[in-house]
Design a protein around this ligand. Sequence first.
Ligand code: CA
Ligand code: CA
Length: 169
Amino acid sequence: MRTKLLVCLLSLTSLLSTGSFGVSFSWTNYPAASGTVAVASADVNRDGFPDLFVADDEGVLSVWLGSASGTFTRSGGVDISTVVNMVTGDFTGDGYPDVAVLESDGVHTFASAHNGVIVPSGGFTGLGGGREIIAVDLNGDRAPDLAVTRCVSVCQLDTLINVGGGNFR
Ligand SMILES: [Ca+2]
Ligand SMILES: [Ca+2]
């Protein structure tokens, strides 16, 4: 599935970059982001420019701040374990995007400190075998909750309800 998705993305990227759809893109490579295994976007510092959460294969989650030129500068990072996937959302309710990281041992959340820095805010271990994670308001209280699919002996869906302040139950 991921291979097919990658092929589709590469095909689409090729079409876009060659201008087949009437648009073109330039490429920028970030050597400092080598080993990237997952990426998600949000305007972490609310300056109007999208930023990136980047997780690498050495167990570091970094924030890359965007700019008006479309380039990114690494702002800082926190140690994590093996990343499977991640999703952004304002889990703390302060208006600044946070990130929930699906790691090999469970879900860990990191809150924006408003300056492009993120700090650990919570976590659930014992949720091994994670595959996918989404943020969605499951109970209609306007606070984003989390839904996780994971497979150990059987595949299942787990939900984590946001109880405020970046805490889940
Ligand atoms: Ca920004
Ligand atoms: Ca927040």
